[in-house]
Design a binder for this molecule. Sequence first.
Ligand code: T5A
Length: 227
Amino acid sequence: MKPRRPLFVSFEGGEGAGKTTQIRLLAERLRALGFAVTETREPGGGALGLPIRGLLLDAKTRGLDPMAELLLIEAQRAQHVRDVIRPALAAGHVVLTDRYVDSTAAYQGGGRRLDARLVRSLNRLATDGVMPDLTLLLDVPVERGLERARARTARTAGEKEGRFEAEALAFHRRVRREFHRLARTEPRRFRVVRADRTIDAVAAEVAAIVEPRVTREARRSTPRRRP
Ligand code: T5A
């Protein structure tokens, strides 16, 4: 196992951008290099993740107030940070999360048009300041991403289109615009990766961004030998 110094990486993007696929490939690659990796997601990680995910994504959940949606997301996040992210970072893992605070800024701020300052301050409360070192925004045109997500849903027997997938194109365009704005606002944290390419091409770029960071952190944690 490589020397331990944590790195927290979030993957962001619209529907069907390929985050789940890329996290799986990157995790395999990093583990093969000897790094300890924790894969997690929102909503889903932590004790509240799955029940709240069910409520948020189920197309049968009707009439959910945008503020109630935001508070549910922040509640599962507070628990996710406590149950999964903080302990994994404390153990020196590379943590890869499928969505985090920027999804809330983009979907609830951009998509639902909730006040951006309110979203930011709830994000701060829920995360208790635990922010990603690096955020990869997998960027794909809205129609292309939705096509992928819907094709996957159609292949998965019994699964219905989720509440967010079913939103209008205009909603998804606002979400994408907000992701772009966030990336421009924090250029040191964000890297935008064009995700309308083959899975292998995207994976190669993702690895080229993340591997050197992980290796650098590992080197920093290696004690210097005395001459
Ligand atoms: N949400 C979440 C909020 O509103 N606010 C928040 O704060 C948070 C945290 C989560 C929903 O919750 C909302 C946003 C979301 O709508 P989810 O099911 O986790 O729901 O939805 P997504 O995260 O959007 O998951 P998807 O599965 O739709 O997208 P991914 O993970 O980006 O894509 P992936 O890897 O599953 O790929 C989708 C399909 O495309 C294929 C894959 O094989 C798969 O079939 N694919 C490609 N095909 C061609 N070329 C490529 N490069 C491809 N990459 C993947």
